[in-house]
Ligand binder design. Structure first.
Ligand SMILES: Cc1ncc(COP(=O)(O)O)c(C=O)c1O
Length: 428
């Protein structure tokens, strides 16, 4: 459940009317609800409480330092995938021992930075990476902890081919069949204590079943490893818990927990989770205004001031977001927030940006109330993998980000200006 709702025909985030906010901040603007972020974090923490898990919010889904600060204050750890994300967690005052560092391509300076920052766990994805980590830990005179990311060869057929990662044929992690040999080779390293197993089978995963299969395989592996004298102290279940792109479509945290807690309870393992979108997705909307309405062949286009440079997901992996006006027509009821929802008396439109690419669309074939230049639209479920994937393509400055808390709001990232676009280009 999130805290975006229509009140008297106006879309509100908590107690703030979004049309008023947009008048002040301009558009495009990402708006996040602090109450929703915290509510979603707590729902996962409560559901998995019998396992006393370490919840590591996946920074890649929503990386604004103010959001990380908010979640750190609620007790969250963090899943990071780059030196830049480590720097963000440090800036947010995150507890570094509760940070896990994943990624197939960690470079030397990122690894050195992670070691110096006291990152709690390296999720190692290959033998070559392990050897490099051991070398750098030895040079730094520190012992670090690592978990082996395994591919359990499990996947959810509903997951888009670009976001499934648990199959054998993936660049991520190590085949589960090779994991035993990996521990034989590296399980007694003097600089890296290899004492955990990490999984991330893809995202979003709309059912607990793929996790159950993956955890069952991981537990069998852990048992075999323990029989051979290796220590497996932690199991990291990764992320991928689904979010409501369609209202009510995603299982709640309790549904995943009901299936997984019995498999892991009293197993003497530290359990880690890396949820991203289940916390951040429905906690954010992207506000955009209609610039032009245009007929093209049999299609009607709403050309808006946000584009693929602000929200890449539809162009990148055909993701669908519910889009609707922030102000309802007089007397209209609030919509069901479903992709297929058709407004009564509405017209079918494609909602597109101004970038010079045919793939630059936010949504296609949506039935919306008639729209005019200047009308404000909300792209829902945009908190995860939204702003973080922004680019400057076509030299478009990035949108503002705003955090709402109750009846107040503040800009947590100012809208970029033209100078920002070439600030890093030397001697201009
Ligand atoms: C290793 C790892 N953990 C966690 C996540 C977070 O996934 P989600 O935001 O779907 O929960 C990802 C996403 O790509 C990931 O690669």
């Amino acid at each position: 459940m999130d805290l975006f709702e229509y009140r008297d025909g106006d879309l509100c985030c908590e107690d703030v009317r979004l049309s008023d906010l947009a008048d002040e901040t301009g558009t495009p603007a990402y708006v996040y609800s602090a109450g929703t972020l915290l509510r979603h974090y707590r729902a996962i923490a409560d559901a998995f409480a019998p396992l006393d898990p370490t919840i590591c919010f996946s920074v890649k889904s929503l990386a604004n330092v103010h959001v990380l600060k908010l979640l750190a204050s609620a007790g969250s750890g963090f899943d990071v995938v780059s030196g830049g994300e480590i720097a963000r967690v440090l800036a947010a005052g995150g507890e570094m021992s509760r940070v896990v560092f994943a990624g197939v391509g960690k470079n030397d300076s990122e690894i050195e930075f992670a070691i110096a920052s006291g990152v709690g766990m390296f999720n190692v994805e290959s033998a070559a990476e392990f050897e490099n980590l051991s070398r750098l830990a030895s040079l730094g005179g520190k012992k670090v902890h690592a978990a082996l990311r395994i591919n359990p060869d499990v996947y959810d057929p509903a997951t888009h081919r670009y976001t499934t990662t648990g199959k054998k044929e993936t660049k991520f992690g190590v085949d589960i069949d090779r994991a035993g040999r990996f521990f034989e080779t590296y399980g007694r390293d003097p600089h890296v204590e290899l004492d955990g197993i990490h999984l991330h089978i893809g995202s979003p995963i709309y059912s607990p079943q793929p996790y159950v299969q993956a955890v069952t395989k991981a537990m069998d592996l852990a048992e075999t490893l323990c029989e051979k004298g290796f220590q497996v102290r932690s199991l990291n279940l990764g992320g991928g818990y689904a979010a409501d792109y369609d209202q009510g479509a995603s299982p709640r945290a309790e549904t995943y927990a009901e299936a997984l807690v019995p498999l892991l309870k009293d197993k003497n393992l530290r359990v880690l989770l890396e949820p991203g979108r289940q916390i951040s997705c429905n906690a954010g909307v992207l506000l955009t205004r209609v610039l032009y309405v245009k007929q093209g062949g049999g299609k009607k286009f709403l050309i808006v001031d946000a584009a693929m440079t602000d929200l890449l997901r539809p162009a990148l992996y055909e993701a669908e977001h519910f889009v609707y006006p922030a102000r309802l027509p007089d007397g209209a009821s609030p919509p069901e927030r479903r992709i297929a929802f058709a407004s009564e008396g509405g017209e079918k439109v494609d909602i597109v940006g101004g970038v010079c690419e045919t793939s630059d669309f936010l949504a296609t074939d949506r039935v919306l109330p008639p729209m005019r230049r200047g009308d404000l639209l909300a792209v829902f479920s945009a908190g995860a993998y939204g702003f973080v994937m922004s680019s400057h393509y076509n030299s478009r400055p990035n949108a503002a980000e705003v955090l709402v808390q109750g009846d107040s709001w503040r800009v947590i990232r100012r809208r970029e200006n033209y100078d920002d676009l070439f600030a890093a280009e030397l001697d201009v």
